[in-house]
Design a protein around this ligand. Structure first.
Ligand SMILES: Cc1cc2nc3c(=O)[nH]c(=O)nc-3n(C[C@H](O)[C@H](O)[C@H](O)COP(=O)(O)OP(=O)(O)OC[C@H]3O[C@@H](n4cnc5c(N)ncnc54)[C@H](O)[C@@H]3O)c2cc1C
Length: 426
């Protein structure tokens, strides 16, 4: 990263960062600039399939794709971004394996650092809940669910068994709804291995502060999701948020108490801490304020994309923080960097959402199609699977996931508890 060639530095190897880099690989001449991408893992994670990893339907390795195989011409740096010096145009990183720090200079900087879980400062929530945001989160949660089954099977006290087998999920958005559906599937598939646990011992509670599930989407989607999940035994509680959490469960704003050994938190996200610490302009939510072309407002040659950016949608709002948008924003941003390197005008990002889908387990899903048409049940589930399988990067990953899904139709889910993840009781 030295010499006179202009340096484009991309921070973050998720949907947005990879989309920017792969477009630059394709359309930027080697002599025009060199491209580096800094990521804290050497793979990208296909997050829409994380709930299925947590329920054991998919193998953890099958939803990750090595960054080096996706970006053969980009200089990949496996490191954690520590800080950004916007005025000096440098980024301080720590290499993941050697822990050696290094300062990287840049001419153009792309911030694609995604988001992290937000617990809104609610008492006890950060300490006593599981997040479902990263691959590590999904693996840890899967192990914990298996451990709960083992512990409950070995417990003679009814009250203790009920507490162990009550899983509370907070947040009725896509992640919460899909996780609830998947956990029902996991228990349905494996309970016969545990002779001391009866179906009625298991309780799954889904708590959403808003009036409906899948808030912000056509109300029919939320009501269908609530009906389906309730029919499968999930206790769906809308209109009641979490006030606090502790080691034995959580207290809701209404004063109601949910005794549970497991609270899964999927109620909010905030941009990365590195973004927080920069002097770049941010919204109340902490996202970087960019112009329509994704250049940071008032900071030429600084660009932001994906979950960490607030990208104006041209109608007075911002594009939603979804993978669907991130993978479309990336190519536009790459074209704009190329345009500015060639002294050509940049263009704003425009995209009409294709709709949203949530899988509910048991071969049912709910999908919003163009013009707010809502598809439910098996056809929506088939669409969900087909669409996400096609979007998964790499033919080998597609085959592996398709194979996992086929096996899942025939066999029970795996209850081997791999003791490689940290558990909250240790
Ligand atoms: C469980 C779950 C299910 C989802 N389902 C869907 C869905 O069905 N459809 C949909 O459209 N969206 C879905 N999303 C949302 C989607 O994952 C995000 O909108 C998308 O990942 C945003 O892309 P991004 O590149 O901005 O961020 P990310 O994909 O999060 O990438 C950010 C990258 O930056 C890296 N990073 C962060 N900090 C540092 C640092 N300090 N140093 C180095 N690297 C760093 C991270 O490791 C990560 O690789 C889901 C999200 C979750 C958690």
């Amino acid at each position: 990263m030295s010499g006179t060639t202009r340096q484009i530095l991309i921070l973050g190897g998720g949907f947005a960062g990879i989309a920017v880099a792969s477009h630059l690989e394709r359309y930027l001449g080697r002599e025009e600039a060199s491209v580096s991408l800094v990521g804290q893992e050497n793979f990208s994670v296909f997050t829409p399939m994380l709930p299925e990893v947590c329920s054991g339907a998919l193998d953890v390795r099958h939803i990750v794709t090595p960054i080096r195989s996706q970006l053969p011409r980009t200089n990949f740096v496996l490191a954690e971004v520590e800080s950004i010096d916007v005025s000096g145009r440098t980024v301080c990183i720590t290499h993941a394996l050697t822990r050696v720090s290094q300062t990287l200079p840049y001419d153009h900087l792309v911030l694609a650092l995604g988001s992290r879980t937000s617990t809104f400062g609610l008492p006890g929530v950060a300490e006593h809940t599981f997040a479902l945001k990263t691959l590590d989160d999904a693996g840890r949660l899967r192990n914990h669910l298996v451990w709960l089954l083992e512990a409950a099977d070995a417990t003679s006290g009814t009250e203790q068994r009920h507490r162990l087998l009550t899983i509370a999920i907070v947040g009725g958005g896509f992640t919460g709804v899909e996780t609830a559906g998947e956990i029902v599937e996991l228990f349905r598939s494996v309970l016969h291995f545990y002779p001391h646990i009866h179906k009625s011992d298991v309780r799954i509670v889904l708590v959403e502060a808003g009036k409906t599930l899948l808030l912000g989407l056509p109300p029919k989607m939320g009501s269908y999701a609530a009906r389906r999940l309730s029919a499968r035994g999930v206790d769906v509680r809308t209109g009641d948020g979490v006030a606090s959490a502790d080691a034995n469960g959580m207290t809701l704003q209404s004063g109601a108490r949910v005794e549970s050994a497991t609270i899964i938190w999927s109620a909010g996200v905030q941009p990365s801490a590195v973004v927080d610490a920069t002097s770049l302009p941010k919204t109340k939510r902490g996202a970087i304020v960019v112009d329509g072309d994704m250049q940071v407002h008032g900071f030429p040659a600084h660009w932001a994309v994906g979950d960490c950016a607030a990208i104006p949608d041209g109608k007075g709002g911002f594009y939603p923080a979804t993978a669907q948008h991130a993978i479309r924003e990336g190519p536009r941003l790459a074209k704009n960097i190329i345009a500015s390197l060639r002294d050509q005008p940049t263009q704003p990002f425009h995209f009409q959402s294709l709709g949203m889908m949530a899988s509910l387990g048991a071969r049912k899903a709910v999908a919003q199609l163009p013009n707010d048409f809502v598809l439910t049940g098996f056809p929506a589930w088939f669409l969900w699977r087909t669409y996400y399988l096609l979007r998964l990067p790499g033919a080998d990953r597609k085959l592996r996931v398709a194979f996992d899904w086929t096996l899942d139709l025939i066999f029970s889910r795996d209850v081997a508890e791999l003791r490689v993840y940290r558990r909250p009781d240790r």
